[in-house]
Design a protein around this ligand. Structure first.
Ligand SMILES: Nc1ncnc2c1ncn2[C@@H]1O[C@H](COP(=O)(O)OP(=O)(O)OP(=O)(O)O)[C@@H](O)[C@H]1O
Ligand SMILES: [Mg+2]
Length: 348
């Protein structure tokens, strides 16, 4: 991976040595909004060049944490450092080191793609010739070069998102924050955006910090923090997180889940038997395929249908919190958000 170490860049000199120092260090971060404790003592580190994700349901505190790291909100307690700079005491240095793609769209749709980018370059003091070169390169990357002169108003949701990503990268930040970068986009566009993100990391060594409630997207991250009610409940690689769910996940449809769950525990001594619905029992164990015929034979009439699958991050979340982050829930929220965006444009 190409790691960028530019000596002209304002940064903690410690980072120039190519050591494994984290680029983001968060310690005991707390944020209260009146009665609401949105972030409740969060600590973690992100290494340079990592794709790091926050996965959690609505209201978990993902955007609040990102906003504190991006110097847009002050923490109530705790500390956070980015590229060696304190987000409270050195906000200007932090801002120069980061790019940001917000959860809500923030382009000016009366301007063209190019005008939006030029405006951003001006705000960040990127010299004209550098900005032009960078703009060409980024518009090419997000496949908008041929639409650079068109007003953003005429762009689809996916095109706007791609332009926002290009804008976030224009001043060559060391860390790019992406808050729900793909929410409300179709699966094809979502996977294209992931290609850009990986490509970027490859080409520029940029560190990517993103949030999502799409479980499949969290799989693209090198490491994920699962966040719930303002706390990190687990932090690891997707594979390691999934290995916390013992073996295979066996879902059994049954007319009497309580009776089946009790029977399974008695007969097989299972710790990992859970009733997960009015007609559903879930068993986690190794060698699921061998277990199924034994369970069917042991409980005639109680097993109507069985599926065996590898654990997903949803299983991990369920195991850790007792609740599911369901994709249906996420899509319902997306629809609401998209509709709020559509109808609420004057508020921006
Ligand atoms: N400016 C604010 N004033 C008051 N409460 C806030 C404010 N911003 C966030 N909150 C509350 O803090 C909690 C965490 O919100 P946050 O936006 O960080 O969640 P999130 O994980 O990003 O959720 P989502 O997936 O919906 O984007 C929620 O209970 C929210 O209502
Ligand atoms: Mg959010």
């Amino acid at each position: 991976m190409a790691r960028r170490r530019r000596s002209d860049e304002a940064g903690n000199p410690e980072y120039q040595r190519g050591d494994p120092m984290p680029i983001i260090e968060v310690d005991g971060l707390v944020k209260r909004f009146g009665e609401v404790e949105a972030v409740r003592g969060v600590s973690f580190e992100v290494r340079e060049g990592e794709i790091f994700g926050f996965l959690g349901p609505n209201g978990a505190g993902k955007s609040t944490t990102i906003k504190i790291l991006a110097t847009l909100l002050l923490p109530t307690a705790g500390t956070a450092r980015l590229a060696g700079f304190d987000v409270v005491r050195q906000p200007n240095q932090v801002r120069r080191a980061i790019g940001m793609v917000f959860q809500d769209p923030s382009l000016d749709d009366r301007l063209t793609a190019e005008q939006n980018l030029r405006f951003h370059a001006m705000l960040y003091g990127v010299p004209g010739d550098v900005a032009r070169r960078r703009m060409d390169e980024l518009l090419e990357m997000v496949e908008l070069a041929d639409r650079r002169g068109a007003k953003v108003r005429t762009f689809s949701g996916g095109m706007r998102r791609r332009l926002e990503i290009a804008r976030g990268l224009l001043h060559s930040p060391r860390v790019l924050f992406l808050d729900e970068p793909t929410v409300g986009l179709d699966p094809q566009t979502r996977s294209r955006i992931w290609e850009y993100v990986r490509d970027l990391r490859q080409r520029e060594g940029v560190t990517v910090f993103m949030t999502t409630h799409y479980l499949d997207e969290a799989e693209h991250c090198d490491r994920i923090a699962i966040i719930d009610h303002g706390r990190i409940v687990a932090l690891d690689t997707p594979a390691a997180l999934k290995s916390r769910v013992g073996g295979d996940v066996i879902t059994i449809v049954t007319p009497d889940p309580q009776a089946l769950a009790e029977g399974l525990r008695r007969r097989f001594g299972e710790d990992n038997v859970r009733v997960t619905g009015p007609r559903q029992v879930v068993v986690e164990r190794d060698a699921g395929a061998e277990f199924v015929p034994r369970a069917v034979a042991a409980f005639p009439g109680l097993v109507e249908a069985v599926t065996v699958r590898q654990p997903t991050l949803d299983d991990v979340f369920l195991k850790l919190t007792g609740r599911a982050i369901r994709d249906e829930e996420a899509s319902a929220v997306d629809r609401m958000r998209m509709s709020a965006r559509f109808h609420g444009r004057v508020r921006r």
